[in-house]
Design a protein around this ligand. Structure first.
Ligand code: KPL
Length: 304
C-alpha cells in the first residue's frame, strides 16, 4: 500500500465518480464506506462501474470501513453530503496524519469552514464542481455532464498546489487550481440557492422554473435578495440573473440534486445553501423574506 494513496469518503455519485476516475488513471484509491454499506459491497464483490459518453468501464476498488481501516491516511477526498461531512471525517480521525491533505467536495457552504476549524494541522482544500453525475445503482456511476472542478486552499498557510498534481493533469476529470475558492463556492451557492429549493418545492425540472409565471416570479425575488447579500459581503459575481437563467436553460431537463433528495425522502443540503445565506443575511440585517418563505414552505411539505 503506497503511503500517498487517495482515500475517498462516501460512495454516492461524486465519491464513485472520483474513485473511478482515479482508477482510470492507474491510481489505487481506497473507498471508505459506512459499516452497513461496507458489509454489503464486500460480500457482493461488485466492481465499480463508470458510464460516460456511451462507454462503460469497470474497476476493482479496495473498499474499507472506519472499523477495518488499518493504514494512516495522508490524502483524503470527502464526497459525502454537506450535512454528513464532519461526522464522516471524525469517524476516521484517528487514522488521519497530522500533516494530511483533505479535499472537500460538498455543495453549499458552512461544512468546509467547520472542518477547516476542526482540523487545524491538516491542509484543508475545498472544491467547487459542475460535473453532473448520478448513481444508476449502488456502485454504478453515470458521468452525465462533463464539468469542471475548481480546488483551492481554505487557509493561506496550506500546502502547495504541487501536492494535488495528480488531480490536475492527465486526469479524466477537469480539475483546476483556484486561489479564491471561497469566491467560487459563493458563486455556486448563489445559483443553487435560487434554483434548488424551488425545484424541490414545485417538484419540477430546472427548466420549468422559467414559466413566465409564479415560479419565475419567485426565482426573480430569490435572485434579487441573493444579490443584496453578495453585495453587502463585497462578493462580486458576474450577473446572477444571466447565470441563473442560463443554468435553467442549459440544464432544463435536469432534476436538481435537491429535488432528487426530496423525491427520495432524503435530507437535503439546503441548510448549507439557503440556510447559510439566510444566516449571513441576518448577521448583516439584510431582509431575505423570499428565502425564508421558501425554507418554511419546504419544511411544511416535509422537505428538510
Ligand atoms: O448544481 C445543481 C444541482 O442540481 O445541485 C444545478 C446547477 C441546479 C444543476 O442541476
Amino acid at each position: 500500500m503506497k503511503s500517498d494513496n487517495w482515500y475517498i469518503l462516501g460512495a454516492g455519485s461524486m465519491g464513485c465518480l472520483w474513485a473511478a476516475s482515479l482508477c482510470h488513471k492507474g491510481e489505487a484509491p481506497r473507498l471508505i464506506l459506512r459499516d452497513s454499506n461496507y458489509q454489503q459491497l464486500k460480500e457482493s464483490h461488485a466492481p465499480l462501474k463508470l458510464t460516460t459518453a456511451g462507454q462503460s468501464f469497470q474497476y476493482h476498488v479496495d473498499v474499507v470501513s472506519p472499523e477495518t481501516l488499518n493504514a494512516p491516511i495522508n490524502r483524503l477526498i470527502v464526497c459525502t453530503k454537506a450535512q454528513n461531512a464532519l461526522e464522516a471525517i471524525n469517524s476516521i480521525k484517528s487514522h488521519l496524519t497530522e500533516s494530511g491533505q483533505i479535499l472537500l467536495l460538498q455543495n453549499g457552504m458552512g461544512s468546509q469552514q467547520a472542518i477547516n476549524e476542526a482540523f487545524p494541522t491538516q491542509s484543508v482544500w475545498a472544491g467547487s464542481s459542475t460535473d453532473g453525475a448520478y448513481l444508476a445503482a449502488p456502485f454504478e456511476v453515470c458521468h452525465a455532464g462533463q464539468g469542471e472542478t475548481w480546488i483551492g486552499p481554505m487557509t493561506d498557510n496550506s500546502v502547495s498546489v504541487d501536492r494535488f498534481n495528480d488531480l490536475l493533469s492527465n486526469f479524466r476529470l477537469k480539475v483546476s487550481p483556484c486561489d479564491t475558492i471561497e469566491q467560487k463556492l459563493w458563486e455556486k451557492l448563489a445559483i443553487n440557492c435560487c434554483i434548488n429549493g424551488l425545484t424541490a418545492l414545485f417538484n419540477c425540472r430546472n427548466g420549468e422554473l422559467l414559466d413566465n409565471g409564479e415560479k419565475q416570479a419567485w426565482l426573480d425575488l430569490l435572485m434579487a435578495e441573493t444579490c443584496s447579500v453578495l453585495t453587502a459581503l463585497d462578493i462580486h459575481t458576474p450577473s446572477l440573473k444571466e447565470r441563473v437563467y442560463g443554468v435553467c436553460q442549459a440544464t432544463a431537463n435536469n432534476i436538481s440534486s435537491t429535488c432528487q433528495d426530496a423525491r427520495q425522502g432524503r435530507a437535503t443540503e439546503l441548510p448549507f445553501i439557503n440556510g447559510f445565506l439566510i444566516n449571513k443575511a441576518e448577521n448583516l440585517s439584510i431582509p431575505v423574506n423570499s428565502h425564508k418563505q421558501l425554507m418554511d414552505q419546504l419544511r411544511a411539505s416535509g422537505i428538510n
